[in-house]
Design a protein around this ligand. Structure first.
Ligand code: ZN
Length: 191
């Protein structure tokens, strides 16, 4: 009998390495809230869920996150971040490891599921990209299929306002959980 599939959910950064900040939003704290919501939605479905950050105060290194996912033999690794950049940049993005065609397929599936819940354009980015060395690391070094999702840009006033509503984070997290289902289905792990 095949075992239950396992998703490793990775809330980016942590209190000791907080990531982006702006418009009153602390990325690492928001990533933690988003991962809790995604994990809650995952309990509705037929796979196991584990977290790389085991409590709010935990700040594992990138190597520790990757090693944990590999040691637990996860089937899918999903890292959640909130982006910052030029104030005009906005919208959700799904990153995958560029050289993998399966990674590209899974990124497309995930982006469609997120789009179904939040609307707008969900951009797909094939890492490695010079601008995202951290993305490169967790996507390249994990043995499970891996996606890194930027919910939107906290540096953009419209996106930042959405992040502070109740509806947008819930819709985003539901889209990610449904995307995990669709990815597992694509990989033949769930019906
Ligand atoms: Zn980040």
């Amino acid at each position: 009998m095949s075992r239950i599939p396992l998703v490793m959910l990775d809330a980016g950064h942590g209190p000791k390495s907080p990531g982006a900040a702006g418009n009153g939003i602390d990325e690492q704290a928001l990533n933690w809230v988003l991962i809790q919501k995604i994990a809650a939605f995952c309990t509705w479905d037929s796979w196991a869920t584990m977290l790389t950050r085991q409590d709010y105060f935990n700040t594992p290194s990138l190597t520790e996150r990757v090693n944990y996912a590999n040691a637990m033999d996860a089937d899918l690794f999903v890292s959640i971040h909130v982006n910052a950049g030029d104030p005009s940049q906005r919208g959700a993005e799904v990153y995958h490891y560029g050289p993998s065609s399966k990674g590209s397929e899974l990124a497309t599936i995930m982006s469609e599921n997120i789009h179904d819940e939040i609307g707008g354009r969900v951009r797909i980015v094939g890492s490695p990209s010079q601008n995202y060395p951290r993305t490169l690391f967790v996507l390249k070094k994990t043995r499970p299929w891996a996606l890194l999702i930027e919910a939107c840009y906290l540096s953009n006033p419209t996106d930042a306002a959405k992040l502070k509503t109740r509806t947008f984070p819930d819709a985003f997290c539901l889209g990610v959980a449904q995307g995990i289902h669709s990815c597992f289905h694509h990989l033949g792990k769930v019906v």
